[in-house]
Design a protein around this ligand. Sequence first.
Ligand code: HT7
Ligand code: ZN
Length: 872
Amino acid sequence: PQPVYLSDYQPPDYLVTHTELTFDLDPTATRVKARLHIERNPAAALSAPLVLDGENLTLVSLGLDGTALEERDYVVSDTTLRIEHVPERFCLESEVEIDPNSNTALEGLYRSSGMYCTQCEAEGFRRITYYPDRPDVMATFKVTVIGDPAREPVLLANGNRVEQGERDGRHFAVWEDPHPKPCYLFALVAGDLCKTSDRFTTQSGREVALEIWVEEENLDKTGHAMASLKRAMAWDETTYGREYDLDLFMIVAVNDFNMGAMENKGLNIFNSAAVLTHPDTATDAAFQNVEGIVAHEYFHNWSGNRVTCRDWFQLSLKEGFTVFRDQCFSADTNSAPVKRIQDVSFFRTAQFAEDAGPTAHPVRPDHYIEITNFYTLTIYEKGAEVVRMLCNLIGWEAFRRGADRYFERFDGCAATIEDFVGCMEDASGERLDQFMRWYSQAGTPEVDAFGEYDYVHGEYRLTLRQRTPATPGQNEKLPLHVPVRLGLVGTKSGQDLTLTLDGESLGKEGVIHLRQAEQTFVFENVAEAPVPSLLRGFSAPVLLHYPYSREELAFLLTHDSDGFNRWDAGQRLSMLALDDLIAAHRNGVEKVMDTRVVEAFRTLLDGEVSDKAVLAEMLTLPTEAYIAEQQRIVDVDAIHAAREFMRQSLAVALRDEFIATYEANASDEPYAPTPEQIATRSLKNVALAYLMAIEDAKGLELCQAQFAAGRNMTDVRQALTLLVHSDRQDLAAPALKTFGEKWAHDSLVMDQWFTVQVTRPQPDVLERVEYLMDHPAFSIKNPNKVRALIGAFTQNRVNFHRLDGQGYRLLADVVIELNRLNPEIAARLITPLTRWQRFDESRQALMRQELARIKKEPLSSNVYEVVEKALA
Ligand code: HT7
Ligand code: ZN
């Protein structure tokens, strides 16, 4: 497979102004008729041939302006249909046959639990009909769907339904979408579905019908998604002044879906895991996830659909901006500091790892082989961090003006990242040339900071030095514009000191702009020695090094006025102690717990932090994955042993406090996914986890009682997890059995049942994975099952990285099978193997051996691209 380069971008030679499609549905032989109203792009050469994309299509007929074309008039290849000579304006009529049943890749038109559904982003539409499958070709669509009234009583497509009826024992519906859109936003759904309905009145007084379509047994699981949708619609009006633009907004839940959801115009299609919730079946985390994804897809209606991307290199234009929008929405709707803590904690673990691995790429890549491999943490999450920096740099008012300008100027257009940043420049008057490097330069910038206090002159000198390590294909890096939000916390007063820089007062907190490789900032009139609180709120996506002492970190943990940095100080303090424990484990000497960490936790448990959700985060130790990110060569076993030792030491030392915390937060209120209840449950469950770390008698009693009470899935799943991950298999086995039998009918709950079992740290898990792969509830064709069982297993570090290499072998076997069935999922699943450079020599060899074994297969372009980079 050949790469595509951003520098080769050319505008399309032909534009489609209007698209008419007729689908005659059949499980194995669906007929798709297309009437494409096409015009030559004025910029194109008169002699330009018409080249349409098409894959896995059987061409039945082709005509131009009512005249059938002969085979000599066109050339069909595996991926294109080419007509050498066409008029300036014409209607192309085609009919193709496709086979939805055999579509296991889940791109294009496929079947899921008996229904028909589509996934066209990024390049799935070419598996439906011959078309210029690129986002800068935007057309209005009229779609007729013909189906069997018994098998698919519901026929949906984008826009408004304008007609329906019956003919020859079949029935049909006609849908019209008046908004020009690229074909990746096309959607069709047909099946035996039921709906929940509601309404929303926009700020200008328009009535919008809202519908969530699901299988009948899931009707009671749509309430939270509907409420989230209405909150998101209201938020986009008040925050960005954007209202919805059709009379109908539909969401459909499907069981087989490669990602979380898809923002098709007026007809969002969701992975059922990203939309269905019920207190008995979904955890608090799932409720919050659903709220965030519903909002994300809804926000795309403006940032993505009304204004789309010129080409797929600009993917972060819509995804980074929309993630930023959904993060702000969730922060406004829930606990803002906790949202930031969770997002950053995930980002620093997973995106930093991506940046440090062989598939590292910029927020705007300059080439790719397979675009679906680029729906990454860098494009989404780092893209969102870049937009957040931009917003913080120019201030919310200017940012909002810039967003208005962007939505107005590019409405109905396919835009670029320069267009977006240009609007922000116009709105703020700031030059953002250097800032643009964030889009083109891959890798995580590292910032080294050093501070010294000059008692004599009352000055604090802060030196910042930045460097970005080389990434594949990008050795030279230029300095970035890094906004560092900071405070200086007085060691005597415990308060933020006033910041004066170059004679100008910044108040108690300020932002300094690191633009050069090294810069020194001299703060004047600093009355007492401070501890710097740097990069508050994670003001830039960088790795910050500052040689904090443990005393300074303990001080910031209790005195920093920035909630995020208080949490971060706790994480840094735990990390220093964990480093000692890891070293002790490696050297075979006795592990000794740092009492400063114990005392810091005691202070927290004594009521230092009033926000329970923040407190729960502060009591949570860095994950094994995060700790691993801090090591050049990862010692899987030492990390696990050190973290377990720390959890157990804290549990022993603070047993009574954890019991008191548990009891103070146990509640029998009816379940609601409110921020207050979620905070209370998470604090209670963190306390329970510590008690179970030492299998304390009281802890075991509470855990069993929590499982048996079965109040809600958050509590039940936590209790089940803690039992299964303990050494008390006598208690775990019956609990697993009860749970498995009770929920055998609920696919999403069974996914949780799989995950709980394969994330157990004890050494017998690989065999359990193999056993569960034969379980009737598992199917390798269903991406949720693969993620719940295999994906979760690869996150079980001690088991996946078994020294005999069997964990790697199992993953490679699954990847090889999925490479044929669903290349997109296969390519994502390989990720842990691609990180081989970070492990010891024997593991490296075993991981590379499995990559090499995969490479010998006839590979899809998705898997090929990843394996090639991993072995380069
Ligand atoms: N924009 C959507 C992307 C998406 C996708 C991409 C490739 C393959 C399958 C897919 N399903 C959804 C999701 C989003 O960011 O909103
Ligand atoms: Zn998105």
